[in-house]
Design a protein around this ligand. Sequence first.
Ligand SMILES: O=C(O)CCC(=O)C(=O)O
Length: 267
Amino acid sequence: MTVDLPAALAAYREHGFARLGPVLTDAQLGVLRERAVALMLGTVKHEGLFFQLDAPSGDWREAPLGLGWQGPALTYRKLEKLELDEEFRSVVRSPALEPLVRALVSPPVLLYRAIVFNKAAEGGSEIPWHQDAGKLWGVSKDPSVQVWIALDDAPVDGGCLQFVPGSHGWGLASPLGGIVGERQVEDAQAERLAVSVPVRAGEAVLLHNLVWHRSGKTRTGQRRLAFSACYLDGDTRCVRKHKAPRRFFRVFEDGAVTKVSTSPGGK
Ligand SMILES: O=C(O)CCC(=O)C(=O)O
């Protein structure tokens, strides 16, 4: 499984996202799905893993924060710090992704987050237009490289990603980052410009952290699991003040790279 690097980089620069095609074998998919379920059910445990249950209302704003693992359930919305799990760690460093990551990220490549997004068969919750950068992220420079991998099929009505193409070139919608305000969504005519990217299990999508993206509930009656890894340039520092600074996980052991420009439009 190889990613068409020039095509992926061109689409990423122009649109802020790129389809990468399949990056996992069926066997790997099976292992990762089973592991995600085992973590939710607590049959595999790692000290320090982050869990967030979905809100029973299906409104992400009501999802409880800071509670950790709440007992066996398949309705966790997010599982984070998956670099602690050997199966997910091997995806972060996957040979299928390594050339792409090395092309875009300055060494030594660091990891900001390794996360599973789950939409349970009952529907899960909608994630509104947002950007994955800004002060909320607590780092000295905004990251720009994320790889999102479907672990289940993600069809149009089953929780696929949606994008506003080119929006990575508009900068941060607010210094804080995260959710894009309603007014800005209207002004940008995001609804009209939105592009859905349905994928099959095992396929990946490269995202620029500034591109406006969102996902709906799954309405197919099928669960939609996805894994995402966000990479950081080696000189990125944690600037959070409320806790001790994070030390980011180092993705590859050596530092050899050819980093290319990540600016929109390829300049
Ligand atoms: O997996 C999803 O539904 C959303 C992913 C997402 O919003 C993100 O990667 O920031």
